[in-house]
Design a protein around this ligand. Structure first.
Ligand SMILES: Cc1cc2nc3c(=O)[nH]c(=O)nc-3n(C[C@H](O)[C@H](O)[C@H](O)COP(=O)(O)OP(=O)(O)OC[C@H]3O[C@@H](n4cnc5c(N)ncnc54)[C@H](O)[C@@H]3O)c2cc1C
Ligand SMILES: *[C@@H]1O[C@H](CO)[C@@H](O)[C@H](O)[C@H]1NC(C)=O
Ligand SMILES: *[C@@H]1O[C@H](CO)[C@@H](O)[C@H](O)[C@H]1NC(C)=O
Ligand SMILES: *[C@@H]1O[C@H](CO)[C@@H](O)[C@H](O)[C@H]1NC(C)=O
Ligand SMILES: *[C@@H]1O[C@H](CO)[C@@H](O)[C@H](O)[C@H]1NC(C)=O
Ligand SMILES: *[C@@H]1O[C@H](CO)[C@@H](O)[C@H](O)[C@H]1NC(C)=O
Ligand SMILES: *[C@@H]1O[C@H](CO)[C@@H](O)[C@H](O)[C@H]1NC(C)=O
Ligand SMILES: *[C@@H]1O[C@H](CO)[C@@H](O)[C@H](O)[C@H]1NC(C)=O
Ligand SMILES: *[C@@H]1O[C@H](CO)[C@@H](O)[C@H](O)[C@H]1NC(C)=O
Length: 595
């Protein structure tokens, strides 16, 4: 049929939108059947969207609950310095809170998660750390699959990222090891703006080399020591799974990305190989809007993250029978591990006033200084706002074997390269509380993280409504072991700042840190100021919920690829581990459906 003149504009409009692959309403979808349906365009989901759609003969649908990472209202997300303030309590965050943390101050904790293309990689603090080789070797052991060892993951470690110039263009020779960096889409870099802490941290690695040795590259599989922070920043701008993996392939005609739409459950499509087959997904834009369905010819991949992945499994009848029946959900697979074993890194900050007005604290006191820094970033993406505000140096450290805590506890780290704790050296006052917050002066903060915790919590449904938040309990600092490590970490940090390079520069401990002079007061302080590092993992873990190839146990057509699969939280800020496992998962998926 030849369109009549009056229909022509509409025809062209339709033809144009049919080329675009970013959809904002389920009614726009071009099909209800795809080869793969990926749930969540977050850190892992964006990698899968990119790699699976490399084969132009397969059709991929990605469904993301959040919005696009492009547009004027999200400009703030791109500025590295604004990472801690840009998204909490905005539509770009899920706004989860935990149940009361009984081993902290008995209050609920904010539990941020990105709700946007790129997921939490679009809203996180940008730190890029891979963890210890032993972490991956232990994953391989639990999975019964040698493909997950550090050595065998090498191609994926090199494939997903690259190392580029810092925002200030300084010579980064000696600040990283090029041998450990590949040519992949996610661009990372060394700090982009020098701070007054840098030379003192480096000198301390020379005055106390036994306890705090310098490590030229903590992303070599051996993170132990003190090194320069690597961040997902290029050209002074945030790099996320959306900017690196998803945005650049949106033009592919075999990739459909549907945003502003939440998957409400997975639907059993029958049985295959004697197991319930889960190849259909149901989705909607709100609790009251119409529900749609799409079906995967090959498989559905859940990449909704550590909180939402178990939530979707539970809503689909995969979980603890008793808990599901209390909510009126029919159990298809009875597995009490779904949502259980939530693990996170507990976090405690300490601060010291220093003899400098040049710390980043000036931006909280002086609006003109902040405006000038923002102007500079806007003009050419340089200056203080181009860098990671968290720290120019990190330390990953082990507690020595002759420490008396090993008389009481068994070492739970994955091996000799795995740290027990992490210290970040921060160029500003960092606290989890507004209490005692200074209004003048410059500060050094050190923030401590227990990297191999034994505390375990859960994610549970609170109702059968997919638009209600689940109950989340990371059970932070709930074991004596985790607290014992935190105490050792704080004492190590205190030894670090007692070293000679800091004398004359440190004026005094902050009001808060002055309260950490004895073991008892450190414990009391840690419970009062402890918080999350935002690294939840383990709620759909290998061995308990998914098999070694990340397929969901006892069902067919369904796999999980995101931070929920780790049986032990890696000794790292968790984005790089997620990128690495997602790269291998993409190859596992392709191999499973070859011919
Ligand atoms: C504040 C903060 C700071 C952090 N800082 C760092 C850091 O500096 N360095 C670091 O390495 N790590 C950091 N992390 C952790 C790291 O970012 C995460 O571990 C990692 O990004 C998780 O990846 P993921 O793929 O598992 O989940 P996500 O990236 O969260 O992706 C899940 C996606 O699924 C979507 N989704 C959820 N439910 C549904 C549904 N039902 N239907 C459709 N879509 C859905 C979500 O909106 C999201 O886009 C930080 C985390 C936070 C919260
Ligand atoms: C999070 O809270 C903020 C502030 O109340 C709100 O504007 C935003 O829409 C919320 N985000 C979501 C995803 O509901
Ligand atoms: C960077 O520093 C290294 C070591 O000091 C030096 O060998 C190299 O020439 C420098 N590179 C440039 C571009 O100046
Ligand atoms: C965002 O904008 C960039 C640059 O215009 C583009 O390459 C990318 O595909 C866009 N991403 C999305 C999700 O629209
Ligand atoms: C900080 O600035 C104030 C006001 O300009 C000045 O009096 C003080 O000496 C400065 N302190 C340091 C440590 O530079
Ligand atoms: C960036 O702009 C600032 C002024 O805003 C200027 O001082 C600086 O030299 C510029 N840097 C580059 C690399 O252009
Ligand atoms: C880096 O940012 C500047 C300033 O916005 C821009 O002009 C330049 O094109 C960017 N370079 C790259 C490689 O993205
Ligand atoms: C542990 O061993 C180190 C190195 O031999 C030694 O310096 C330290 O004093 C020992 N600590 C204890 C508690 O024995
Ligand atoms: C769980 O449900 C109860 C009862 O509806 C409600 O009061 C509570 O706020 C919910 N909790 C969360 C975390 O949403």
């Amino acid at each position: 049929m030849i369109p009549t003149l009056s229909l022509l504009p509409l025809f062209f409009l339709l033809a144009k939108s049919a080329l675009a692959s970013l959809f904002t309403d389920p009614s726009q979808l071009r099909s209800t059947t795809y080869d793969y349906v990926v749930v969540g365009a977050g850190t892992a989901g964006s990698v899968l969207a990119n790699r699976l759609s490399e084969d132009r003969h397969v059709r991929v649908l990605v469904i993301e609950a959040g919005r696009s990472d492009n547009g004027t209202d999200v400009a703030n997300i791109r500025i590295p310095f604004n990472a801690p303030i840009a998204t909490p309590g905005t539509p770009f965050d899920w706004n989860y809170t935990t149940v009361n943390q009984g081993f902290l101050n008995n209050q609920p904790e904010a539990y941020p998660r990105g709700k946007v293309l790129g997921g939490t990689s679009t809203t996180n603090y940008l730190v890029y750390t891979r963890g210890a080789s032993n972490d991956y070797d232990r994953l391989a052991t639990v999975a019964g699959d040698d493909g997950w060892t550090w050595d065998n993951l090498h191609p994926y470690i090199m494939k997903h990222s690259s190392f580029v110039a810092s925002a200030d263009g300084h010579n980064t020779s000696g600040q990283f090891d090029p041998a450990w960096h590949g040519n992949g889409p996610l661009r990372t870099s060394a700090p982009g703006f020098p701070t007054v802490m840098d030379s003192r941290v480096m000198e301390t690695t020379q005055t106390l080399p036994d306890e705090f040795p310098f490590n030229v590259d903590m992303n070599s599989g051996n993170p132990l020591g003190v090194g320069w922070t690597q961040s997902a920043i290029a050209n002074g701008t945030r790099q996320s799974a959306a900017t690196a993996f998803l945005g650049p392939v949106l033009f592919r005609s075999n990739l459909d990305v549907l945003i502003n739409t939440q998957v409400t459950r997975l639907i059993q499509t029958g049985r295959a190989s004697g197991k319930p087959d889960f190849r259909s997904v149901e989705f909607a834009q709100s609790a009251t809007s119409p529900r749609y369905r799409a079906t995967a010819r090959r498989e559905v991949i859940l990449s909704a993250g550590t909180i939402a992945t178990p939530q979707v499994l539970l809503l689909s009848g995969i979980g603890d029978r008793g808990a599901l029946s209390r909510l009126g959900i029919r159990t298809i697979i009875d597995n009490p591990h779904v949502g259980n074993h939530l693990q996170d890194h507990p976090f405690v900050p300490l601060q010291w006033e220093v003899n400098s007005n040049e710390t980043f604290d000036q931006f909280s006191y002086n609006p003109d200084a902040a405006a000038a820094a923002l102007d500079q970033w806007n003009s050419n993406h340089t200056g203080p706002f181009s860098t990671n505000p968290i720290a120019n140096h990190l330390a990953f450290l082990r507690i020595p074997e002759n420490n008396s805590i090993w008389e009481q506890f068994e070492d739970t780290s994955s091996g000799p390269h795995a740290p027990h704790y992490e210290i970040a050296f921060d160029n500003l006052y960092i606290s989890t509380s507004v209490e005692n917050r200074p209004t003048s002066g410059g500060f050094l903060s050190v923030t401590l993280i227990v990297t191999s915790p034994t505390s375990r919590g859960y994610v549970k449904l609170n109702s059968s409504n997919p638009f209600d938040h689940p109950l989340i309990d990371p059970a932070l600092l709930s074991t004596d072991y985790d607290m014992a490590i935190m105490v050792e970490a704080i004492r190590a940090a205190q030894r670090f700042v007692d070293a000679s390079p800091w004398s004359g520069f440190i004026i005094s401990p902050s009001v808060d840190s002055a309260q950490t002079t004895t073991i008892d007061s450190i414990i009391e302080y840690s419970r009062r100021r402890g918080a999350t590092s935002d690294h939840p993992t383990g709620t759909a873990q290998v061995g308990k919920v998914v098999n070694g190839d990340l397929t969901v146990k006892d069902v067919s057509g369904l796999r999980v690829v995101d931070a929920s699969i780790f049986p032990y939280v890696p000794t790292a800020h968790t984005q790089a581990p997620v990128y690495i496992i997602a790269e291998r998962a993409a190859d596992l998926i392709k191999a499973a459906h070859r011919n």
